[in-house]
Design a protein around this ligand. Structure first.
Ligand SMILES: NC(=O)c1ccc[n+]([C@@H]2O[C@H](COP(=O)([O-])OP(=O)(O)OC[C@H]3O[C@@H](n4cnc5c(N)ncnc54)[C@H](OP(=O)(O)O)[C@@H]3O)[C@@H](O)[C@H]2O)c1
Length: 303
């Protein structure tokens, strides 16, 4: 199986699991159709299938995602890498808020340090350089084994990298939206620049919030206004893309979700699909064992 290395951390298979769903009622409907038992089963199934990185954040389920992940982490082995993030709420006026938030996350996760800690969005009121100083401090204090950012464009990434370099702290990752319907990081040059610097692109919403799983279509969109509307600017491309995913999946005896995730892996990124239950976690981890040839990639990208 192929491996991916995040600076400062051991190599892992190039697919993680996202846990925004674990506790979130508003967008994902936690408690309606899936509950804690299902998320625990998802954790175990993913571990069993070789997944070694779980992504959470203080905002997911207002801390519940971190609590659940911490509970499962301590109950099962082997121990995967754990990623969490600080949300720059507008009332966080001081860069010190980052360390305070990290300490609260560690309490919920019941850990002494997190493997990777990210700034969730490059937002004020604290200038990006201030947040970057605090990320360096988290690393120097040993509260995070590696640090990075999320939702940064190239210019923002460079500002953070400059600050971290002064502290000799590697900028390990930038977590951004990336999948077959959202290829902005390629067009902007972000992906290529990150590759050149050895910064890992963690691809969030790699299934376009469910749109690329084959379960939904323009006639049958995902539940909830947010998920249903989010990709409507691409609505002319969606039917052809779903058709291409289905064709490639059939050819390999795979599912459209596995093909969509494998495409992210083939682009050198680390997809972190969200899973609500064991079945989804198991299917998604199957992308680690799938191989796509040049013809498959051309068909997907052409669509
Ligand atoms: N840094 C950031 O700003 C940011 C933003 C967004 C997400 N993230 C992270 O990225 C992770 C993934 O992104 P995401 O959750 O937005 O979207 P996603 O991974 O593209 O989609 C996840 C959803 O797709 C459906 N699904 C997953 N696997 C499936 C399968 N095998 N078969 C059928 N349906 C399946 C499930 O929803 P249904 O069952 O309801 O269809 C699941 O909740 C999040 O959990 C979070 O950790 C980070």
């Amino acid at each position: 199986m192929d491996e991916l290395r995040i600076a400062g951390l051991p190599s892992i298979p190039p697919l993680g699991l996202g846990t925004w769903q674990w506790g979130d009622r508003l967008i994902w409907g936690f408690g309606r159709g899936y509950r804690e038992d299902d998320t625990e089963a998802a954790y175990r199934a993913a571990l069993e299938a070789g997944v070694r990185l779980f992504d959470t954040a203080e905002v997911y389920g207002f801390g519940l995602s971190e609590r659940l992940l911490g509970r499962y982490y301590h109950a099962c082995s082997p121990r995967p890498l754990v990623v969490s993030k600080m949300f720059p709420y507008p009332w966080r006026f001081s860069r010190r808020a980052l360390l305070a938030a990290l300490r609260q996350s560690l309490l919920r996760l019941r850990m002494e340090r997190v493997d990777l800690y990210l700034l969730h969005w490059p937002w004020k009121p604290v200038p990006l350089e201030g947040w970057a100083e605090s990320l360096a401090e988290a690393y120097e204090l040993g509260l995070a084994r590696a640090v990075g950012v999320s939702n940064c464009n190239l210019a923002q990434l460079e500002r953070v990298a400059r600050v971290l370099a002064r502290h000799r702290v590697p900028l390990a990752v930038n977590q951004v939206e990336y999948h077959l319907l959202e290829r902005g990081p390629e067009r902007s040059g972000l992906l290529e620049a990150m590759r050149a610097e050895g910064i890992v692109l963690m691809a969030y919403s790699p299934l376009a919030m469910g749109w690329l799983t084959g379960r939904y279509s323009l006639e049958n969109p995902p539940p909830g206004r947010y998920r249903a509307q989010r990709y409507m600017r691409h609505k002319d491309r969606i039917p052809a893309l779903l058709e291409a995913l289905d064709q490639v999946a059939r050819k390999h005896g795979a599912t459209p979700a596995q093909v969509a995730l494998r495409w992210c892996i083939e682009r050198g990124t680390l997809p972190i699909p969200g899973a609500k239950n064991a079945q989804q976690a198991r299917v998604n981890a199957g992308a680690l064992r799938l191989r796509l040839d040049r013809e498959d990639l051309a068909r997907l990208e052409g669509a």
